[in-house]
Each structure stands twice: as structure tokens, then as C-alpha cells.
Write a protein that binds this ligand. Structure first.
Ligand SMILES: Nc1ncnc2c1ncn2[C@@H]1O[C@H](COP(=O)(O)OP(=O)(O)OP(=O)(O)O)[C@@H](O)[C@H]1O
Ligand SMILES: [Mg+2]
Length: 258
């Protein structure tokens, strides 16, 4: 994988509606070809951070008020969300938003429109998605709103992949899904990462997933990064096990590390 900078989030602060400070002094680096997780509880600032990167904060009256984000060396402050999609960053929103009335295949095709593919390119892209998600192929003619939660999450990811991204921002892909489906989704993420070099930044509330499925992990608490490191290394630490993985005595206390 090439050197040079990939995604750099440097000391950002985000306010909503000028008054609410949601995130402060957040610094995150995603190296090309890696899977990075952003772990934190409810309201820790995961979605805010992802939306700052994908330029989706504007819709929420949110604004980056300090710090800088660069994508492959280019400051993103003047870019729009669609400029970023064209440059290879796409976000899969929390809550698996799909077009309920459209079929699975129509949803996927909608994802590709930004690239204006011809018929053959569209067919090839669909085939690639169906290879990753055979369940979507089985359901291609079904209305998206009638598919299961797991299938909708796969569809939301598949639609984002139709943009041919370099970096995917995934917001809580496990939310509300059965463990076996979550495993399936994370296994596919691994394949896309290893075989196709797609990089991922994944927001997760589940500590086990955040640390076991990523190369590197950032832990967010009340809008700020309190710890980060190689995921495999974090998993071996007693304080992490005790406070976040619930495998120790004080699991009921709910107290985090200082
Ligand atoms: N649109 C908004 N307007 C005002 N405040 C917001 C808005 N969205 C989020 N916040 C606040 O910003 C902080 C961070 O929220 P954010 O949604 O980024 O957290 P999160 O880690 O994604 O949480 P969750 O796990 O619940 O999705 C919270 O205090 C939240 O109340
Ligand atoms: Mg969120």
C-alpha cells in the first residue's frame, strides 16, 4: 500500500447550532488499506465525527469550528459531500437507510448513478456486489422495505460500494442485528478490505466488535478521544478488558478510565 497521507482528522471541534459542543480535539488517522474503528457509547460523538469527514454535518446545522480534515493531502473544507463521493469517500448512515419502495437492485443502481456508468459497467458493478453479498442477489427483485434488517444493512453497504469508494465510513453496522448476521457483515468487510483494498472507518458501540474487527481503534468518550492503539494490543490490556469488555469484577460500575 502506498505511503503518503490518506485520511487525517486533526484536532477537530464540532458544534451544532453554534451552542452545542459535540466533539472536541479529535484527531484520527486512517492509513490506506486499513480498517479503523471508532468505539464509544451513546452520544460519544461517533456519528458527528463521521459526518464531519463526509461533509454531511450541514444538514444538521453542525459545523467544524476548529481543526482540519485532509483527504489524500487535500483539505476538505471547501468540498461538498458529493465532491467527496467523487474522490472516493462514502458514508453508510446509521439505521440502514434504503429506498423502501424500490427493489434491492434498483437501490443498488441508484448508488451507481454518481458515476454515470454505461450498461455494461452497471452490470459489472452489480455482479461484484452480488458476489460479496449473495443474499442480495437472491433478493434482487424484492422491494427493499420487505427485506430483513440484515439484508437492508447489506443493501445500504452495497449501495455505498456501487460508488466504487476508496474509504467507507460505516456508522454502527451492527445496530439491532442478530449476532450471526453481524458476523456475516463483518466477514464481508474483511474480504472487501483484503481482496479489494477498500479502507474502512467504522463507528461501533460494541467494544468486542470494534476491537476484534479492526486494525486500529480509537475510543471516544463525551466527544473526545480518550485512548487509541492497535486493536490487537488494546484487547490484551487489563484496563480495557475491565472497563469496556465487561470481563472483570467492576463491570457494574460503569466507570471509564481517566
Ligand atoms: N443534530 C444535532 N443537534 C444537536 N445536537 C446533536 C445533534 N446530533 C448529535 N448531537 C449531540 O452531539 C453529541 C454527539 O452525538 P453523536 O450522535 O455524534 O454520538 P454517537 O456516538 O453517534 O451516539 P450514538 O451511539 O447514539 O449514535 C451528543 O451529545 C448529541 O446529543
Ligand atoms: Mg451515532
Amino acid at each position: 500500500m502506498g505511503g503518503g497521507s490518506f485520511l487525517d482528522v486533526c484536532g477537530i471541534e464540532v458544534h451544532y447550532g453554534q451552542a452545542i459542543l459535540a466533539v472536541q480535539n479529535v484527531t484520527i488517522e486512517v492509513k490506506q488499506g486499513s480498517v479503523v474503528s471508532l468505539f464509544g457509547a451513546n452520544g460519544a460523538g461517533k456519528t458527528t465525527t463521521l459526518k464531519a469527514i463526509s461533509k454531511l454535518l450541514g444538514q444538521e446545522r453542525g459545523e467544524v469550528t476548529k481543526g482540519e480534515i485532509t483527504w489524500r493531502g487535500e483539505a476538505i473544507d471547501r468540498l461538498s459531500a458529493s465532491d467527496l463521493v467523487a474522490r472516493g469517500i462514502v458514508q453508510v448512515m446509521e439505521g440502514r437507510r434504503v429506498f423502501q419502495q424500490l427493489t434491492v437492485e434498483e437501490n443498488l443502481m441508484a448508488g451507481a448513478f454518481v458515476r454515470r456508468p454505461n450498461g455494461a459497467q452497471m452490470a459489472a458493478s452489480l455482479e461484484q456486489i452480488y458476489e460479496w453479498f449473495p443474499r442480495l442477489k437472491d433478493r434482487r427483485k424484492s422491494r427493499a422495505g420487505l427485506t430483513s434488517g440484515g439484508e437492508q444493512q447489506m443493501l445500504a453497504i452495497g449501495r455505498a460500494l456501487m460508488t466504487k469508494p476508496i474509504l467507507v465510513l460505516l456508522d454502527e453496522p451492527s445496530m439491532g442485528l442478530a449476532p450471526i448476521i453481524v458476523q456475516e457483515i463483518f466477514a464481508i468487510i474483511k474480504v472487501m478490505n483484503r481482496e479489494n483494498g477498500v479502507s474502512f472507518l467504522i463507528a461501533e458501540q460494541n467494544a468486542n466488535l470494534a476491537m476484534k474487527c479492526a486494525d486500529y481503534c480509537y475510543i471516544l468518550e463525551t466527544g473526545t478521544v480518550v485512548m487509541c492503539g492497535e486493536a490487537a494490543e488494546l484487547l490484551t490490556r487489563d484496563d480495557i478488558k475491565e472497563f469496556y469488555l465487561g470481563s472483570n469484577k467492576s463491570e457494574a460500575s460503569g466507570v471509564g478510565p481517566h
